[in-house]
Design a protein around this ligand. Structure first.
Ligand code: PEP
Length: 249
């Protein structure tokens, strides 16, 4: 089986104005320009994608959006479509728990967004994960399988990454143990295999997200089914994000 490349993606969330984004991205580019062994993806707010695209031309750093709407164009005030994004970035985060929680995104909406991104050749970073109550009542497996099968329904062999992000671990400093995260990553790979075949499952990048930092990243990627991380808080400081990447490069 071909070795999967390590992927480290930064989710800046609703942080950085244009100048701050350019400054942060420039600092990261300076430190990371020689690193080829890790697929590095920055997901800034929409307003900075164009500038960062110019900054990263002919570099190894890739760009992602943090959200997308599923219609291509029309009377959807305030929304941004995959058609608008596809020449700006290679990736898009879809199904993040903050969008599910604060913007009422259901599995059905997530599915439409995934389909729209895939159709336009943008790779989704599809987030799944259980909340604290579900974790404590041992419903993780059921929640993950439901989110995966509903989100991926109707898609044909999608070029996609899946991020396991337990909600209780996001921004809390309470990271899931590498063993636990790997169990869920294996479940994700198995479920993907049942939907799309073993070959597709074998090359699927599965990331872990939730309080990742430079001290814990190596343990996650040492596990059989974890291929990298989606990083929130620690991606907003250039030194911390660069250290995460250098630990696994
Ligand atoms: C995230 O929001 O995707 C995330 C993983 O955040 P943090 O790294 O801050 O836990």
């Amino acid at each position: 089986m071909e070795k999967r490349k390590i992927v480290i993606a930064a989710n800046w969330k609703m942080n950085t104005n244009l100048d701050e984004a350019v400054e942060l991205a420039s600092e990261m580019l300076f430190e990371l320009s020689e690193i080829d062994s890790v697929e590095t993806i920055l997901c800034p707010p929409f307003i900075s994608l164009q500038k960062l695209k110019e900054l990263f031309t002919d570099t190894r750093i890739k760009l992602g959006a943090q959200n997308v709407f599923y219609e291509e164009k029309g009377a959807f005030t305030g929304e941004i479509s995959a058609l608008m994004l596809h020449d700006l970035c290679q990736y898009v985060i879809i199904g993040h728990s903050e969008r599910r929680q604060y913007f009422c995104e259901t599995d059905e909406i997530v599915q439409k967004k995934l389909a729209s991104a895939v159709n336009l050749g943008i790779k989704p970073i599809f987030c799944v994960g259980e909340n604290l109550e579900q974790y404590q009542s041992e419903q993780t497996e059921e929640v993950i399988i439901t989110q995966l099968t509903r989100g991926l329904s109707g898609l044909k062999l999608p070029d996609i990454l899946i991020a396991y992000e337990p909600i209780w671990a996001i921004g809390t400093g309470q990271a899931a143990s590498a063993v636990e995260a790997n169990e869920v990553a294996s479940l994700i790979r198995r479920t993907f295999g049942e939907l799309f075949g073993l070959d597709a499952a074998g090359v699927l990048p599965v990331l872990y997200g939730g309080s990742v930092n430079a001290d814990n990243i190596a343990e996650y990627v040492s596990k059989t089914d974890i291929d990298g991380a989606l990083v929130g808080g620690a991606s907003l400081k250039s030194s911390q994000f660069v250290s995460i990447i250098k630990r696994v490069a």
